[in-house]
Design a binder for this molecule. Structure first.
Ligand code: ATP
Ligand code: MG
Length: 459
């Protein structure tokens, strides 16, 4: 796709040179020699540039005032300023207003090319986020969290309250697959920030260094391999929400840095000198007990208290089993539509099995089971043979583990390896009445290993 570049420059020679140069590198270049002309192009003609390269002082005014006036009236664009004076106050203001960069004239075209390329990349990402935002907020309201159990109703009530207030931070807790991601989306797209971006980051998925530069961004040359400037996720989420999944896995020193950013509403890119203002709502999620972790020092207590002003705790499915009444028809209808099936009758024996199951993978496990059955269905009847749930007598919910010494685990991707590990240990401990020696024997391991893992998972 050919993108538009707007050049605002009253010096004829420079304007012509920039236009020619960027036309040759594949841009559609539009050149304005005054702010009035630029305004006409942006507002009336709606040229929608991805990038704007502007002189600082034009015959009819200052380009920063112009940027401030235009920014919210046009589609997302990155602004680059060129100036003959190199005045510091202007450059500070330019960055505070969200300008991408500030260059002194005469500028070297090779250098400008690098900046243009990374600014264009940044603007493209930001636009994509903006488009997703528009289509998404329709789908998420508190009603998207389904269930009539008292627990589910309490969650929905809390969500209605929370989407009406401008909270700055919040924690969502709950076992794997209980809907933490769903709740985060409801809170964002159902709240006052719905038209602004929601950015997600999984703190467990990235090594420390990468997580830091992803969150805070970096300047060119901040470390080996940092070619251009990169706006971090906190900046990308500006005005909106940053959803930090698995925040319990975040290294402690980064937690300190995050806390500072939340309290100051400012960040500093790696290798950068200036602070950039950010206005971000943080939604943090974890399937671990952050409160306990804060007590034992494996999570920063100050960050925990800052984030945990509001908490949404999601019930495990086995404790709100009546919610199956709504969840099952919901998922059956969803996969009917997706796969062109017409399952409409669920036999009583199927209901009985589904309700008796322990659901260690919670709603995600349920969703996977329903998907498999609907996809394999031949007609209107929900096919029992594809349930593949453990036999009733193996089920810890109905029988306890002690008599069978066995455990059921869904191997359909609904539980991650760590969740499985944690669940096994938790179950062995429950079964042994929290006797570490007995549990270690049952798992064929040493007391030390078990103690290490108990600490790791905060059991
Ligand atoms: N109460 C609910 N109503 C409707 N859908 C639900 C509900 N709870 C969970 N889901 C659905 O179940 C699936 C799993 O939920 P989600 O991914 O939000 O879980 P999670 O708590 O983030 O899990 P993890 O800890 O593994 O990241 C999603 O498809 C979600 O939409
Ligand atoms: Mg999740």
């Amino acid at each position: 796709m050919i993108e538009t570049l707007l050049v605002i420059e009253d010096e004829k020679l420079l304007g012509a040179e920039l236009s020619r140069h960027y036309q040759n590198s594949g841009w559609e270049v539009v050149w304005a020699t005054s702010l009035a002309e630029a305004k006409e192009l942006l507002i009336k003609k709606k040229i929608g540039p991805l990038l704007i390269i502007s002189d600082m002082n034009l015959p009819d005014g200052n380009a920063l005032d112009f940027m401030e006036a235009m920014k919210n009236n046009i589609n997302y664009a990155e602004w680059l300023f060129l100036t003959g004076y190199g005045s510091v106050p202007d450059s500070v203001r330019a960055l505070r207003l969200g300008a991408y960069d500030f260059l002194e004239k005469p500028c070297d075209l090779d250098h400008l090319d690098l900046i243009v390329a990374s600014a264009a990349r940044g603007a493209t990402i930001q636009r994509r986020i903006g488009e997703q935002t528009k289509t998404r907020h329709i789908r998420y309201s508190p009603e998207a969290y389904v269930g009539h159990s008292p627990q589910a109703q309490a969650v929905r009530n809390l969500l209605s309250k929370l989407t009406a207030v401008p909270f700055s931070a919040l924690i969502i807790g709950g076992e794997t697959g209980t809907g933490k991601g769903l709740i985060a989306r409801i809170l964002h797209y159902g709240g006052p920030r719905a038209s602004q971006p929601m950015i997600e980051v999984n703190c467990a998925a990235l090594p420390r260094e990468l997580l830091e530069s992803e969150l805070f961004g970096h300047e060119a040359g901040a470390f080996t391999g940092a070619a251009g400037r990169h706006r971090g996720l906190l900046e990308q989420a500006n005005g909106g929400t940053l959803f930090m999944d698995e925040i319990g896995e975040m290294p402690l020193d980064l937690q300190a840095k995050l806390l500072k950013a939340i309290e100051d509403h400012k960040i500093r890119r790696l290798g950068g000198e200036k602070e950039v203002a950010v206005d971000v709502q943080i939604i943090a999620a974890s399937n671990r007990d952050l409160e306990k972790m804060a007590q034992t020092g494996s999570f920063r207590a100050d960050l925990y208290h800052r984030l945990g002003v509001f908490k949404v705790m999601l019930p495990p499915l086995r404790e709100a089993i009546e919610d199956l009444d709504e969840l099952i028809p919901l998922f059956v209808a969803e996969y009917n539509a997706k796969a062109g099936r017409r399952v409409s009758a669920i036999p009583a024996t199927v209901w009985k099995k589904l309700k008796a199951h322990y659901w260690p993978g919670n709603v995600r496990e349920l969703r996977n089971v329903i998907e498999r059955c609907v996809l394999f269905a031949d007609g209107e009847i929900f096919p029992e043979q594809w349930l593949n749930l453990p036999k009733q007598e193996d089920n810890p919910a109905t029988n306890g583990l002690s008599s069978e010494n066995s455990i059921y685990l869904p191997l359909d991707g609904s539980m991650a390896l760590d969740d499985i590990d944690c669940y096994i240990i938790k179950t062995a401990l429950e079964q042994s009445g929290n006797n570490l020696v007995a549990a270690a024997r049952a798992l064929g391991t040493t007391r030390e290993t078990l103690r290490y893992r108990v600490r790791k998972y905060n059991l």
